[in-house]
Design a protein around this ligand. Structure first.
Ligand code: UD1
Length: 391
């Protein structure tokens, strides 16, 4: 079987790492090619995750870079399609080592150091999560008759204003095999009319990575710089357009959080999108510490030892659930309801006025303890690869 694995943005990297590790064990049966779309390209947003999680150098980097939603989608589709179309069954293995196109490609590909991967069309494409790269590669592949496998398929926020929700809906509508993280996802897919045989509840590959790396978490510099103490600081991340694209909203949220923290330090690794906004606002508070985005091992060290996390990310709510750290989600909805019904997460909403009561509950020691959802056990990628062998 020839399989393409797609990774494009930060939250993809921890999801593909354990799948690749499991695929390495069956390399005589499944030949895979790792394709980085280049949606995230900074060392801090991409490179460091490859290094820390031992992900091999991508076979191809489509280098699409920043852009609007449509620009990124279009560039990824155009480049991935060209990669798939470079299909010459008559070409010998040796000739195939260089990527050649029948027509001059309007961009360049940088191959990884491996350089041994097959070229042309794959049998299947495996996409993860809900980022632009997930959707764009699924469409390009499906139109060329390549089967689509969606890891983390079926989840829905039912908030169509989020680009991620559109990415999920479009991807799932053309997916052939769903590997799901929750019973809610299974139910969503069944309601949409997908055949039960296509839906495979395997657990959460992000949690495979978390459990595998927990003993390797690294204390970041920030620990000493801000004299942090076990369970007496907050970790905060914000990057959703609803929270960060409008100055007043961002400022009011941060003000409420700073007040609610009661002097406890707040460590805020700032996403590039948020950094651009913050420049114009000039927020300052003694207990608010804005730092660069952290590597995986450093970020999760901070989370594991924190008093609580405040975030608008989806993936972080899964990690805090497994690490049993209280988590306040600054969104009006979530595609991961099990982090609330089972885990340590609470949906606070995007209205800054909602923050104070949750802070009160936290400080009073009234937060729920939480359980870990079924099959979030560190073995999901093995289950996926076992299943792939049967396709
Ligand atoms: C994307 C994903 C989102 C995910 C988030 C995690 C989509 C639709 N959204 O949103 O689901 O939770 O990543 O980070 O795919 N930038 C850099 N360096 C980089 C990458 C981006 O400076 O390495 C800048 C871009 O130029 C842009 C901004 O950060 O101005 C946002 O990046 P973008 O990829 O558009 O989307 P995210 O907001 O990161």
């Amino acid at each position: 079987m020839k399989l393409d694995i797609i990774a494009g943005a930060r939250p993809n990297f921890m999801k593909i790492a354990p799948i690749i590790a499991a695929l390495e064990k069956v390399s005589d049966k499944i030949q895979y090619r790792l394709i980085h779309t280049g949606q995230h390209y900074d060392k801090k947003m991409s490179g460091s995750f490859f290094e820390q999680l031992g992900i091999p150098e991508p076979d191809v980097n489509l280098e699409v870079g920043s852009g609007t939603q449509a620009e990124q989608t279009a560039r990824i589709m155009e480049r991935y399609e060209a990669l798939l179309l470079d299909y010459h069954p008559e070409r010998s293995e040796t000739e195939s080592k260089d990527l050649k196109f029948e027509k001059e490609a309007p961009f360049s590909f940088r191959r990884g150091v491996g350089g041994e991967a097959f070229i042309g069309k794959s049998d299947w494409v495996l996409v993860v999560g809900d980022v632009t790269s997930t959707m764009a590669c699924s469409i390009a592949a499906k139109k060329l008759g390549v089967g689509v496998i969606h890891v983390e398929g079926g989840i829905r926020s039912n908030d169509i204003t989020m680009p991620e929700e559109i990415n999920r809906m479009v991807t799932d509508s053309i997916t052939d095999i769903f590997y799901t993280t929750s019973e809610v996802a299974n139910e969503n897919l069944r309601k949409l009319g997908h055949d039960a045989s296509k839906i495979r509840y395997v657990g959460n590959t992000m949690i495979d990575t978390l459990l595998k790396n927990m003993s390797r978490f690294q204390k970041p510099e920030a620990w000493d710089v801000f004299s942090l103490k076990e369970k007496s600081y907050f970790v905060m991340t914000l990057h959703r357009p609803a929270n960060v694209d409008e100055e007043t909203q961002l400022k009011n949220l941060i003000d409420e959080i700073v007040n609610g923290a009661k002097g406890m330090p707040i460590i805020f690794p700032v996403h590039p999108r948020t950094a651009k906004m913050l420049k114009g606002i000039g927020i300052e508070a003694d207990n608010l510490h804005m730092i660069e985005p952290l590597g995986y091992l450093e970020f999760n060290y901070l989370v594991q030892h924190s008093f609580a996390v405040i975030t608008d990310s989806g993936g972080i709510t899964e990690e805090t659930t497994v690490m049993k750290v209280p988590c306040m989600t600054l969104r009006d909805n979530t595609e991961r309801p099990e982090t609330i019904t089972i885990g340590t997460n609470e949906l606070v909403g995007t209205n800054p006025d909602n923050i104070a009561p949750f802070m009160k509950k936290l400080h009073a020691g009234d937060w729920k303890a939480g359980e870990i959802p079924y099959l979030w056990d560190g073995k999901t990628s093995e289950r996926i690869v076992e299943d792939l062998l049967g396709l």
